[in-house]
Ligand binder design. Sequence first.
Ligand code: KIV
Length: 288
Amino acid sequence: MSKYELDRATSRANPTPQPLRRLTVPKIRARKEGGVTKEPIVMLTAYTARQAQLLDEHCDILLVGDSLGQVIYGLPTTIPVTLDMMANHAAAVVRGSYHSVVVVDMPFGSYESSPQQAFESASALLKASGAAAVKLEGGEAMASTVDFLVNRGIPVMGHVGLTPQAVNVLGGYTARGRNGAEAEKIVGDARALCAAGAFAIVIEGVVEPIAIAVTEAVECITIGIGASSRCDGQVLVTDDMVGMFERVPRCVKRYEEISGLISAAAARYAADVRNRDFPGPQQTYQAD
Ligand code: KIV
């Protein structure tokens, strides 16, 4: 028998166990005391186990965002994303993390029609994935649903301002809160979600003074994206943050240029294959 056996170890699929206790929703919520958050909340999106492993130690919250529709599946919007997609990616992120609270987005169509529908979808997501909380879009209209979920054991993160699932109503992805009525609605939406029991609210694509006004108006944590550094925390789509795409939305700061590295690696690999330089002696097995 050959001494070269296939390595069937599953350990590479799992993160190195760390003696870290996972953060909890109440611990995150308690960071804002008397309207002040001394230590801002760090949140990034994660969609895969390996991505979660790399991000986990640096974050407080990993968000399995429905942005995976565009980022992973190449869909034009988040509208076609399904509960199954969210559950599978959330389970991978939970498997890849030890420290961060994992929050999973409720996809479009899975929660809007009634609090009961939302409970069925949210409980299915949490059971299938092991995530600790759900996020849903919408303001005052969703307050009774938030109340229903929280009172049945499901922590909820809200999402106001630019809500991508409402793109067909909003007509695009431009910043919100530029006129008085819009600004008032955003503050009212956030207040209603917080009063209903949301532990945190994402404020996306909102003019800065309104993001600050919301953060000052609500007791729960605000997490900004295209909002203000004065929010209680920040979130970015990780693939934007590491430079996976050519387009850089205004709210994104790039901390790396990963797409260039991947493309250059693929070019070197392709050249090696075409020149018959790969595989070399180190990557091939010989009989003794
Ligand atoms: O889906 C997502 O990634 C999000 C964040 C941008 C907040 O909702």
